[in-house]
Design a protein around this ligand. Structure first.
Ligand SMILES: [Cu+2]
Length: 219
């Protein structure tokens, strides 16, 4: 009887340890934040250069679609935490290496919340054919939503490991946003991102560092 209760106690301790370890790893996973990367110049104008890759090619989710950002020294960083100045114009250049999956809602083919016109490969583009879009760069709190043109499915020299280079197939999307007061704003790629996940959500779509990030607007 006594040895039975000792065994039971050991089982309880074992379960408690397992639960504690699980909680430790879960909290650790949820707390992970990529480093913040600053825009390259100060107010009233700043520049952000991003790239979107179909598969990152390294790390725990090597096959996930992801953004990268260029730091002021010109190095690509795997992060979606961006620092930009308040009350400024921020010119955003997205080098887009992923193929088009089309937009669920054609309305999203029209850029919103930007200053002036979007250019795609140097051409002013008032609205993008929704079938040609690969991602949308959206900052809901700032009313910003910009469709990002994908590369053709059959394009030669497609990039599979980030950071991708200018020699690999890409589109170049340039637009300007205006920041207001300081604060932290969530940004993300709305559908059609993460086509392999239910309704395009989950996985990289909801993961900071991949297709989801923070815009720190700094006074
Ligand atoms: Cu996307």
């Amino acid at each position: 009887m006594k040895s039975g209760s000792t065994k039971l106690g050991a089982v309880f301790i074992g379960l408690a340890c397992t639960a504690a370890l699980l909680a430790y790893y879960l909290v650790g996973y949820l707390m992970v934040r990529p480093p913040a990367v600053s825009a390259s110049t100060g107010p009233p104008r700043a520049e952000l250069t991003l790239q979107t890759v179909a598969s990152l090619g390294f790390g725990p989710h090597a096959d996930w679609v992801s953004y990268l950002v260029k730091d002021p020294q010109g190095h690509w960083r795997h992060s979606t935490v961006l620092n930009v100045p308040a009350n400024s114009l921020v010119r955003v250049t997205v080098l887009q290496y992923d193929t088009a999956t089309g937009l669920r809602n054609p309305y999203w083919g029209g850029p919103r919340g930007i200053v002036g016109e979007m250019t795609v490969d140097g051409k002013p583009t008032p609205t993008l054919d929704p079938d040609l879009a690969s991602h949308t760069f959206a900052i809901p709190d700032l009313g910003v939503s910009v469709p990002l043109k994908g590369v053709a499915d059959k394009a030669k020299n497609q990039c599979s490991v980030a950071p991708c280079t200018l020699a690999e197939a890409h589109t170049t999307v340039v637009f300007t946003i205006r920041t207001g007061k300081a604060g932290t704003y969530r940004w993300q790629c709305f559908v059609p991102c993460a086509a392999g996940f239910i309704l395009g959500f989950g996985g990289p779509m909801q993961s900071v560092g991949y297709m989801d990030g923070y815009l720190h607007v700094v006074a």
